[in-house]
Design a protein around this ligand. Structure first.
Ligand code: GLN
Length: 191
């Protein structure tokens, strides 16, 4: 299995490190052609307006959508989650819009620009998941095809819809590989 990590801006190296730790081959993605031989794609955290602008410039938006329609799973963290949602509150920035959800950027407010929370995620087992939030968004509502895997004070921070997984936080900055392993199971057709 080979997983591509969108490498235009943001925390892509940290995802490659986590995938290598999971013994998976990785590939940095910057062009549509590089999408052709991967089994899944990770869109990292960073700045969603910058990543969206670069995706537009590199013609990656239609290419990624087409690969998704043909079965390629996608995992978006933080800015990656924003770019996957079809409704970004108060913004018309470029996006993939594949996830039927309304997302609020910087939704945890200034006083909590960065924080860590222990999440209860039954899908990942009984151990709580340490989650690092950095100017994080949250999902405020989602369509019927979306499953909510975890919330913080009613704010949705992990969601899944068919072959799309999103987290508002950054598991690649921790040593807990359960989110990545879950995505790998999705890519293998087991989750
Ligand atoms: N606040 C950023 C945005 O709106 C996301 C932050 C992150 O990815 N850590 O794009």
């Amino acid at each position: 299995m080979k997983i591509g990590v969108l490498a235009l801006q943001g925390a892509f190296r940290e995802h490659c490190r986590m995938l290598a730790h999971c013994n998976v081959q990785t590939c940095e993605i910057r062009t549509p052609a590089e999408l052709s031989n991967i089994d899944g794609l990770i869109i990292p955290g960073g700045e969603s307006t910058t990543i969206g602008k670069l995706m537009t410039e590199w013609d990656l938006l239609p290419a990624i959508k087409e690969r998704y329609q043909n079965g390629m799973p996608i995992y978006g963290t933080c800015a990656g989650m924003i770019l996957l949602c079809n409704d970004i509150a108060g913004s018309s920035q470029p996006r993939l819009g594949l996830l039927d959800a309304r997302v609020r950027r910087n939704g945890f407010g200034r006083q909590r620009e960065s924080f860590e929370a222990m999440l209860d995620v039954p899908e990942f087992g009984p151990e709580p998941l340490a989650a690092v939030f950095i100017r994080a968004p949250y999902i405020e509502r989602c369509g019927p095809g979306v499953s909510v895997l975890a919330s913080v004070n009613g704010k949705i921070v992990i969601a899944k819809q068919e072959k799309i997984l999103v987290t508002a936080f950054h598991p690649e900055l921790t040593n807990d590989d359960r989110v990545h392993r879950y995505f790998l199971r999705m890519a293998a057709g087991d989750a």
